[in-house]
Design a binder for this molecule. Structure first.
Ligand code: ADP
Ligand code: ADP
Ligand code: ZN
Length: 227
């Protein structure tokens, strides 16, 4: 498998509404398969924190739960994909989110002779996403994701992976913004399921199962598309 990965870098796309488990699964796949997780949400939050021009434009839209403009997101991902550490393959987490972004990705991959191995749809019930997002936290030290109920940190609130005592919650992870974010998903991102089905690369997993079960199903899919 490693030989294939080296000769043809894998490109995996994770599709699913906010809270589906894209970040959680992307981090696990990153460890299992040596791929690099590229989360446009993380890249945008870093741009906001750094106060770049793109970050300044994105900030209010992100807080309101809308989608950042295609131009900004495409520029950010294009830059990141060119980095050396992406040469063994990537897991796109949260990108593309619109048809325009999907077409830009196709053009970008065509120009570098790459292809999409799979677009994996994480299938969930919308009704469960409010609880998932409301309980979400992230380790400030290592980026590990947690959930108050489904994946709690240590009893003292510290990270199980790196021991950091600091877990943060996202400004946009409020029950009030979840409905709007789910609407944005259905209106603008869900059509990509048909887009990738037509391209012959769509795979689906039941993402309502427990985290480890979903991870096992994801690994099976990934192994089947990596050669
Ligand atoms: P996304 O990146 O798709 O928005 P996350 O991976 O951040 O989703 O997961 C959202 C929240 O739900 C996190 O707190 C995570 O720990 C939790 N979570 C992820 N997958 C599951 C699952 N299969 N069952 C229960 N909780 C989950
Ligand atoms: P979640 O998985 O919970 O939806 P993300 O971390 O993927 O969260 O994204 C957080 C926010 O960043 C989104 O609500 C949106 O405002 C912005 N964002 C992330 N990725 C994209 C993208 N590909 N296109 C447009 N906006 C994006
Ligand atoms: Zn940590």
């Amino acid at each position: 498998m490693n030989v294939d990965v080296m000769t043809r870098p894998a490109v995996l796309i994770l599709l699913g509404p906010p809270g589906a488990g894209k970040g959680t699964q992307a981090r696990m796949l990153q460890e299992k398969f040596g791929l690099v997780q590229l989360s446009t949400g993380d890249l945008l939050r870093a741009a906001v924190a750094a106060g770049t021009a793109a970050g300044q434009q994105a900030k209010a839209v992100m807080e309101a739960g809308g989608l950042v403009s295609d131009d900004i997101v495409i520029a950010i991902i294009k830059d990141r994909l060119a980095d050396e550490d992406c040469r063994n393959g990537v897991i796109l987490d949260g990108f593309p989110r619109t048809t325009v972004q999907a077409q830009a990705l196709d053009a970008l991959l065509a120009s570098t002779g790459q292809r999409i191995n799979a677009a994996i749809s994480l299938q969930v019930d919308d009704t469960a996403m409010v609880d998932r997002i409301s309980g979400r936290s992230t380790c400030a030290g290592c980026g590990e994701g947690y959930h108050d109920t489904f994946k709690p940190p240590h009893d003292d609130g510290s990270c199980r992976k790196c021991g950091s005592p600091e877990l943060t919650r996202r400004a946009d992870d409020k029950a009030e913004t979840v409905a709007g974010r789910l609407d944005a998903y259905h209106a603008q991102t869900a059509p990509l399921i048909t887009y990738y089905d037509a391209a012959g690369v769509l795979q689906s997993v039941d993402a309502m199962a427990e985290i480890d079960q979903v991870a096992g199903d994801m690994a099976t899919v990934v192994k089947s598309v990596m050669s």
